[in-house]
Design a protein. Sequence first.
Lengths: 208, 870
Amino acid sequence: MGPSGSGKTTLLQLLSGLDTPSAGRVEVAGQSISELGERERTILRREKIGFVFQFFNLLPTLSVEENVELPLRIAGRSLKDGRTEVERLLHQFNLVDRRDHLPSQLSGGEMQRTSLCRALISGAPLLLCDEPTGNLSTKAGEEVMRALRHCREKEKRTILLVTHNVRDASFADRVLLLKDGQLVPDAELIGPGLSAASIHETLERHGI
Amino acid sequence: MLALPLAWSALKTRPARTFFSIFGIALGVATAIAILTLDDSTVANKVERKTETFAKVDLEVRPADPAMPAPEAFSKIKNTPGVENVGTFLFTSVQMRTAAGERGFPGLVALDVVARTSPAFDAYRIAKGEDLPDVENPTAPACLLGAELAEQMKLVENDKIMLTAPRVAVGNEKMCVDGEWVEASKAAPRREQDMPPPLEFKIDGILDRYHLGKQSGGSIIIIPFSTLPQVFGERYGSPMFWISKSPKVTSEELKTALTPTFAYNVDRTALIGESADERAFRNGVRVSGVLALLLGLFVIFHTLSMSLIERVREIAILNSIGATRGQIGMAFFVEAIMIATVGAGLGIGLGLGLARVFLLAGFTTLGRVGSVQAFSVHWPPIIAIASTGLAIAMAGSIFPLWKARSIFPARVLAQRDLGRPADLFRGMNFFIFTILAVVLPILYFFTVPILGEQSRETARVMVLGGMLFLFFLAFLLLAPKALAWVCSKISKPFERLMPLEGFLSARAMVEGIPRVATSAAVLALVGAALITIKGITATLRADVASLGETITTKVFVGTEDPIPRSRVEEISKIPGVVGFEQLGAEINSPFLIYGLNSHDAGQIGLFKDPARLKKFEEAESLILSTPLARSLKIEIGQVVPVAVPSGPPARMRVMGISDDFGFFPPRREYAIVSSRWMKQFYCFSQDQTTKLAVRVADGVDPIAVATQIQASLADFPKLTLKTGISYRDYELEDIDRDFRLFDLILLLVATLAGVGVLNALLLAAYERRKEIGVMKAIGMTRRQLAGTVLVEAATTGLVGGAFGLLLGLAFLFLVTDALSRLTGLPLRTIIEPLWLGTAFAGAVALAVVAAGFPILRANRFNAAEAVRYE
C-alpha cells in the first residue's frame, strides 16, 4: 500500500519487466530479470506473470471468451487443449452468459473478472494486480476481491496487489507500505485475518 | 484562437503522420503539375520547331478537283463543321523590277484578307512600315517585302516595284495529260499578249524574319490575293487553303469531314500532338495525373479522418471544459489547411522540378526524344491544380468535423472503452468515394481537359472507363461487409500458419474495414495502371512485331539522287533478291499513294493470284494499307476519288487491303496503285527512283544483301540502307523508349500508394496503441506484433492485387480497343502473364514494405505507459 506517487505501479512494472530499473536488480522466481533481454522478459511475463489492471485493458474488439483465450494464442498453445481451462474459468467467475459479449457491453465487475480470467489462463504462478478495484463500485470490488482470494486459496497463485483500499488490503497475508519509492521500515503487517482498523492505524502511524 | 494551437500541437506531436501527409499531398500535386508542364513544354517545343519557317496552320488543304474555283472551295471549307478560320494562299514565283531597273525572281505569297489578318495564322510580322490594308479589294496595289530582298535590292517602305508573271518560264511550263508532259501553252494556248502588263506595287512594309518572312531565305513578296489576276491573268494556278480548327473537333474528324473533296498536306498540317496516337498517348499521361492527385489526397483524407479516432477523448475533454463544437471543428479545419498549404506549395516546386528533370532527360508526352530545351510554365492551370488539392484536402476535414459534432463528451468520458472505430468511421468511405472518385476527377479534368473531348471514341472510353472505375471503387468502399468477407477468406490461410497473427489481424481488419478498403483501393489502382500501361506497350509491340513479319525479308534503300532503272535492275540480280518495290513515285492525293510495278514486286500476297494481279494492272484500282483503310473507314470494293492535276478526280476502286507491299518506313497509312496509273495521272515514270524496298528470299540474310546493295550503289553519296529487321527492332525500342515516361509516372504513383498504405497502417497502429501495449504486457513478442501488422498488410495487398488484376484487364481491353479505332492500327490486346504477376505481387510487396515503418513504430510503443492510464 502507499499513497499516490509512492511507486506502487512502477514496482509492478519493474517486477513484470515492462520497465527496467535505473539502478539495482529485480529478481522474479529466482531469475534476475534486469539481465534479461526484451524477448526473454516478454517470455517470462507470458509464462510466469498474470496481469490485472485498474482499467481492465481488455481488447475492445475481442469478445470475453476471446480476451480470455488471448494469452494462449500469444503463447502459441492449442485452443483445443486450453478449452477446458477456459470453460472452467468462465464458470468459476460467472462469465459463461457473457462469453460472446464485447467489453463495452460489460459492467465494471464483469470486465475485471474477465481480466482476471485472462491473467489466470496461462497458469502463471504470480498475479500482479494494479488497484484492481480502483475503478469499481464497492459491490463489484468485493466480487473481484473474492475472486482473487479464490485464486490464492484454490489456485495456489501468488498475488501481489497494490491498492489504496484498506478493505482490499485486509484480504492479504502480508501488507507492505511504500512511500516515496521506498519500503517503510517496521511497517509490515502479517495476516491472514488482518483487520481494516489495524491497517488503518499503521497507515496513520506512518503518515500515509 | 483555440484552433491554431490545437492543430499545431496535433501536427507537432505526430511528426511521422505530419510528414507522410505532407509528402503524400506534395507528391500527388507534384506529379499532376509535372505532367501538365511536361505536356505544355513538349507541345511548345514541337510548335517551335514546326513553325520555324511557316505560319500557325492546323491544316493545309487544296481541292481534290483542281478545276474547283477558289471561291467555291473557300466557301465549302468555311461551311465544314469544325473549321474556325479559313484563309486562301498561293505560293509561286514572280518577276520583279525596281525603279532603278534591277531585276529579280523572288518567291511570291498571295494571301487573302483572312490569311493576312487572322491572328490564328500568325503568318508574318512587320519590321518596318505598315501592314497591307485590311480590305478585300485595295484601291492601289501594295505589297510587303522580305527583309533580305529589301536589303539586296536596297528597297525601303513606300518605294515602288513592278511585278509580272515570269515570262521566261512560260515556254517551260508543262502539265501531265494522259501520261505525257505537254507544254502548258499547247494544252491551253497562252500567248504573250494574254499576259497582263507589269503592275506597279507600293511597298507598305518590310517583313520581320519570322514565319513567311523567312520563306525563300527572306527573298519574298507578299501581295493581296485579289491582285493576283492583275499580275498573272486568270492562270495563276490552284491556291491552297489554311485552316485553323475549332477546339470542338479533333484533327481526324476535320480531315474526315474534308475528305474526299479536299486533299491535305500531311507534312505541314499535322496538328502538334493532336494526331490520334499522339492524343491517346497524351491523354494517357493526363489520366495518370488524376490518379496521382487522387492517391496523394487519399493520404491526407485518411490522416484527418483517423485523427478523429485518435483524438476523440481530447475532443470530449475540450467540449466538457467549454470549447464549442465549432471551435473543435475549426481545429480539424486549420490542421487540414496547414497540411494542404505546405503540401500544395511543395508540390508546385517539386512538380516544376520533376518536369524540368524529365525534359532534360528527354522524356516528353509525345515519347522519348533527345534533350528538350523549351520549358513552358503555364501558371493558371498549375495554380488551379494546387488549389484543387488544397480545396479537396480542406473538404477532407469536413468528415471529422461533422463526426466530431456527434461525439457526446459525457458518454466518452464515462465510458471505459471509447467505442468501436467502425462506428466512428461510418460514412467515411461514402464521403471519400464522393469527394475523391467523383468531385476530384471532375475538377481535374476541368483544369486539364482530355484532348479531343468531342471525339465520340474518346467520350466512349472516358464514360466506360469512368463507370468501371466508379463501379470498382464503389464495391471496395461502399460494400464493407462484402469486403470484410473477402478479407476473412483471404486471411484464413494466414490463420493456419500464424494463428495469433492471423486471428488478431483478421479481427483488426473487420473492425477497420474502411481503412483496409481504402488501402486496397489504392493498391488496386496502381496495379491496374501497371497492367493497363504494360498491356498497351505489349499490344503496340505486338503490332510492330506483326508488321515486322511482313518486312523482315526486306531491305529499304533511300537516296537523295535518283537511282536509274538500269541500276535498280542490277540490284534485282543480286543473289537472294526475289523482287523489289520501286517507291520513288509518290503523291499525296489526298493520302500518300505509291506507284508500284507489280511485276517487280514478286509473287507475294495478293499478287499470287493472277486475276488480282491483272486487275491491279488494268483496272483503276488501288490497294490500301490496313491503317489507312481503318483510318478512312474504307472497305474493299468501295470507290475512292483521287486528285488528278489535269482533270476531274480519278475514281479508284479498292481491290485489297494489305500491308504486304508498298510500305516504306515510317508512314503506315498509304495506298499503292499500279505504276501505270502514276504515269497516266501524274506522269511519274519508273525510269528512276529515290526509294526502293528490296525483298530477299526466305533464309537469305538481309544484311548480306544490304552489303551487296551498298557496294552496288557505292557511287551514291547519300545512300541509306535499313533492313526490315533493324526497322522493326528500332520501332520496338522506340515504343519502349516512349513508354518510359509511364514507367516514371508509375514509379511516382506507386510511391504515393506506398505512402498511403504506410500512413493507413501507421495511423491504425497509433489508434491501437493501447491494445498493442496491453498485448505486449501480457506476453506478445516483437515478432508476433510485426506478424500481426504484416498479415494485415499482406491481406490488404492480396485484395488490392486481385482487384487490380480485374480492373487492369478491363481497362486494358477498353483502351486497346479504343486505340485501335482511333489510330487505325489493327491492334490485338496482348496480356503478358509477367506483368499480371508483377502487378499482383507488386501490390502485396508494396503493402508489406509499407508496413515496415508502422511495425517499427508499434514496437517502440511503451507498454508500461499504455497499460497505466485509461
